[in-house]
Design a protein around this ligand. Structure first.
Ligand SMILES: [Cu+2]
Length: 375
């Protein structure tokens, strides 16, 4: 169960399990979630300031059957009330707030329904099993564990700039995945709806399952998780419906047995659209709890962005390599029943080509201050 952080992707087996677990009859249930209230200041001429809420609530249930295990998953996002245009995040792009213009320097909110899925895995032999995963909303076999569900990323309230290179398919409306697990290996394939959610964040947007993906995962020891995956996304973007995309990713997560826990993820992703330039994104992310209740986290990203300007602007469709470094800290101040209340902050700095100085300023600095409730 510790492997299954989101969809069918794997974390290292030694990842500590958060949340409340319960045994009710034959059902093992798990409730996990958090909510952040974030004061967000993004620096420079393109920056902005906003207070928003983000978070998620995840329910998992599983029961053993004669020769297999049935699992149910439901996940809701606390993002939609922040508004269709999301929150300020320098250099972030992807999705739309009005169906006409792309979001630039803002992070889109997630849809209310992030996952509603059932899995059945059947023991084929002592060391192998087969499974199916059916999601009305869910995550296909593409990319690492989504940022908000992997231990190295979930304490950081801001989305990675590499989201659309690595894990943006984590909310797909219509997913069918089949897989085979042999010892520490898993091979799986998905058919899914690759269209990103539109600006209506409370609905369910089923389309034909024309996109497909495959992933090979390997957990060589209990502290490591590796994956490589590739997918063909049919018409992923609402604003460019005639463009398809090939996405390829590889990632490694490692739990160092130091302090309470310490997880680091290195990930690479490449997008190759059917028209236009291919681009790549890198992410190195780490979070650690050296002492109970004190978490430090950091993220370094490097990504080629060609969506920073609207049509007609001087740099429209030009590609710029953006480097970003974020460092943050959270202190869990009190615990009431099963809820931890904490407060934290993070600071982000950037490196980018000088041509962008007139647009973003010479050295913008951004920060977030937040309070968090976590199960
Ligand atoms: Cu997302």
């Amino acid at each position: 169960m510790t492997r299954e952080a989101s969809g069918t992707s794997w974390q290292p087996d030694s990842t500590p399990m958060a949340g409340i677990q319960n045994m009710t009859g034959a059902w093992l249930t798990m409730l996990h979630g958090y909510a952040d209230v974030v004061y967000d200041h993004q620096g420079g001429p393109r920056g902005n300031t906003q207070t928003f809420t983000t978070g998620m609530l995840m329910f998992m249930g599983r029961r053993e059957l004669t020769n297999g295990v049935l699992g149910l998953r439901l996940m809701l996002s606390a993002d939609p009330p922040m508004g269709k245009s999301g929150y300020p995040l320098l250099f972030q792009t992807g999705e739309t707030a009005n169906g006409r213009a792309p979001l630039i320097d803002r992070q889109h909110p997630h849809n209310l329904l992030m996952e509603a899925a059932a899995t059945y895995s059947h023991a084929a032999a002592a060391d192998s099993s087969v499974f199916v995963y059916l999601g009305l909303a869910g995550e296909p076999a593409l990319g690492p564990v989504a940022f908000m569900h992997r231990l190295s990323g979930e304490d950081n309230p801001e989305a990675p700039l590499t989201h659309h290179w690595l894990d943006s398919t984590h909310v797909s409306y219509g997913v069918v995945t089949g897989g085979y697990i042999w010892r520490q290996f898993k091979l799986e394939a998905s058919a899914f709806n690759g269209r990103e959610p539109d600006q209506y964040r409370y609905d369910v947007e089923i389309r034909p399952l024309e996109s497909y993906a495959a992933r090979l995962s390997y957990n060589p020891t209990s502290d490591w998780s590796l994956q490589a995956s590739t997918g063909h996304l049919v018409s992923p973007e609402q604003l460019q419906p005639n463009v398809n995309e090939r996405r390829t990713t590889a990632s490694a997560s490692y739990n160092a047995p130091i302090g309470q826990w310490w997880q680091t993820t290195l990930a690479w992703g490449r997008n190759s659209p059917s028209t236009g330039q291919a681009s790549a994104g890198w992410l190195l992310e780490s979070a650690a709890q050296p002492l109970q209740g004190q978490t430090v986290f950091g993220r370094i990203e490097r990504v080629a962005k060609d969506e920073l300007f609207l049509p007609g602007a001087a740099f429209y469709e030009d590609s710029f390599t953006i480097n970003k470094l974020s460092l943050g800290y959270i202190y869990d101040v009190v615990r009431l029943q099963s809820i931890h209340f904490g407060a934290g902050g993070l600071v982000s700095v950037y490196r980018f080509p000088g041509a962008l100085d007139s647009v973003y300023g010479t050295s913008p600095t951004s920060f977030m201050l937040f309070v968090r409730a976590r199960l």
